[in-house]
Design a protein around this ligand. Structure first.
Ligand code: FMN
Ligand code: SF4
Length: 443
């Protein structure tokens, strides 16, 4: 299947980031339509669309929106998760820089449907260009009556704020994000069923919706063209509807963001990105660094859909798709991935705080040529102690890549431990080896 540009159709036209340019190609038709509908009708359209959260977990969007109290008793909030910390993922950045009005309109539609008083876009501070583009677009929207009091003469009021995060991966986890937004440390909170859902008690204990940038950006199309129309996209899959932007990186000729319809194969995505560079396809991490790695054979049969990706024991995740060529040493690659999660662990719970560091120590000694018999088994055991036993999803995200690499490429670990060197030993692979002194932390 070719690229299917819906969100990204006008992304490369600088005029699209201006209100005039946005209106010229149908911008704000969705919001105008929504403002003439009942709030529940808007939510029902989102339900009919089959839209699932694009931040990683794929949770049905309408269930969140429908979970907000209908008889408003207190302020309601909308939050946009624009932290985009997952290595390999860079779609939200492009959406905010080039299509800021899609996000603003989508949040306003969501705000109308859930009776929100205001919204917050929580964006990592490194995304300077994205924050600037949003600032300009929000100001324009206020000037022309698309934000603020009595939007488009409808009587609906909605304010939108930008909040810069400080660049912590953990602050993309929704409860940690809300803590950070409220001025506390970016650490996660107890979750349902041990604490109320954010839709009941989120920001300042008020009903709160939290969705990803790409999720909100879909809402204008769903309302304008109808949920049923949206659901025709991806109809070949079990339960994945619409388009999805994949950030393709690694050893490909044309890295970048590619928007495809669910049901496209992983190999078609690779073709869109210009095919492999520098060698044959060896593996792919299809949905951001936390999702399980897939070998070349499984890449050949992988279909991009939430359920379909589980057939190759992986996930759509946040869509950060990294292709690796034959010169990649999987052990080094996984060591580098594990180091990221260990550094980002907030330290609140023992399995993640201790387990992530311990995995790095073991992987590091293997990559330095000092692996010991039993290291692979020990690593696998540690992943089992972290996965499902940590306070928040970062622990799982740290355990999955290590466990998957041990399952998919056991021979590479065995060889490295036995021989003290990588099984992949070519001039190309040596050039790809990590630079120890600059990357390794003293442990
Ligand atoms: C450690 C961790 C980091 C996360 N980082 C992000 C992120 O950067 N952006 C994002 O949208 N979701 C992230 N999530 C998922 C959010 O917690 C949440 O599920 C998501 O924002 C919900 O939006 P959605 O339903 O539209 O996907 C992260 C989750 C975890 C556990
Ligand atoms: S799993 Fe535990 S230590 Fe790791 S980031 Fe979450 S709360 Fe912090």
């Amino acid at each position: 299947m070719p690229e299917h540009k819906l969100l990204l159709e006008h992304a490369h036209d600088p005029a699209y980031a201006t209100l005039d340019g946005y209106l010229k190609v149908g911008g704000y038709k969705g919001l105008r339509k929504a403002l003439g509908m009942q709030r529940q009708e808007v939510i029902d359209q989102v339900k009919a669309s089959g839209l699932r959260g694009r931040g990683g977990a794929g949770f049905p969007t309408w269930i969140k929106w429908n979970g907000i109290e209908k008889e408003k008793t207190k302020p309601h909030y909308m939050v946009c998760n624009a932290d985009e910390g997952e290595p390999g993922t860079f779609k939200d950045k492009q959406l905010m820089e080039q299509t800021p009005f899609l996000l603003i309109e989508g949040m306003t539609i969501g705000g109308f449907a859930t009776q929100a008083d205001c919204g917050y876009i929580y964006i990592r501070a490194e995304f300077v260009d994205a924050a600037k583009a949003l600032r300009i677009a929000i100001d324009e929207a206020y000037d022309k009556g698309y934000l603020g009091k009595n939007i488009c003469g409808s009587g609906f009021d909605f304010d939108l704020y930008i909040h810069l995060g400080a660049g912590s991966y953990e602050c993309g986890e929704e409860s940690a994000l809300m803590s950070s937004l409220m001025g506390e440390r970016g650490m996660p909170r107890l979750k349902f069923p041990h604490a109320p859902l954010p839709t009941v008690a989120g920001l300042w204990d008020r009903p709160t919706i939290i969705n990803n940038v790409e999720t909100y950006a879909c809402a204008p199309f769903i309302i304008d063209r109808g949920g049923e129309w949206y659901a025709t996209l991806g109809a070949s899959t079990k339960n994945s509807r619409g388009t999805k932007i994949f950030s393709v990186s690694g050893h490909v000729n044309k890295p970048g963001n590619y928007e495809i319809e669910f049901g496209t194969t992983l190999m078609e995505l690779l073709n869109l990105a210009g095919g492999m560079k520098g060698g044959q396809l060896k593996a792919c991490v299809p949905g951001g660094s936390s999702v399980p790695i897939v070998n070349a054979d499984d890449c050949g049969r992988a279909i991009l859909g939430y359920e379909e990706m589980s057939d190759v024991k992986s996930m759509v995740g946040s869509g950060g798709c990294m292709f690796l060529n034959e010169h990649t040493c999987i052990v080094s690659f996984i060591w580098r991935t594990a180091l990221f999660y260990a550094n980002e662990s907030c330290g609140k719970c023992t399995p993640c705080r201790e387990g992530t560091k311990w995995m790095v120590q073991i992987l590091e000694r293997i990559v330095r040529g000092n692996g010991q018999p039993g290291d692979a088994e020990l690593l696998l055991d540690i992943t089992k102690q972290i996965d499902g036993r940590s306070f928040c999803g970062l622990g799982d995200a740290a355990a999955w890549p290590v466990a998957a690499a041990l399952r998919v490429f056991p021979e590479e670990f065995a060889f490295y431990i036995k021989n003290g060197r990588s099984m992949v030993d070519t001039p190309e692979s040596r050039a790809l080896q990590p630079k120890w002194q600059s990357l390794s932390t003293a442990r």
